[in-house]
Design a protein. Sequence first.
Length: 67
Amino acid sequence: MHAYLIVLEITPLQIGAKYDMLPLHCTLAHWFWVDASPEVLAERLAESLVNVEPIVLEARGEQIRIR
């Protein structure tokens, strides 16, 4: 089983880094456990989000466009 947290980063995150507190972000899915590998989960998420409009986040006056 793998633990996942799905977020849109506002402050860049480094892959593999450990954080006591996450940098500025928007949580899309709170922690959950699933047997799927990171690659399989990413592929399934990409497939299900193909027709979703981009999200624009604004934090402290800075706009971030996420697709």
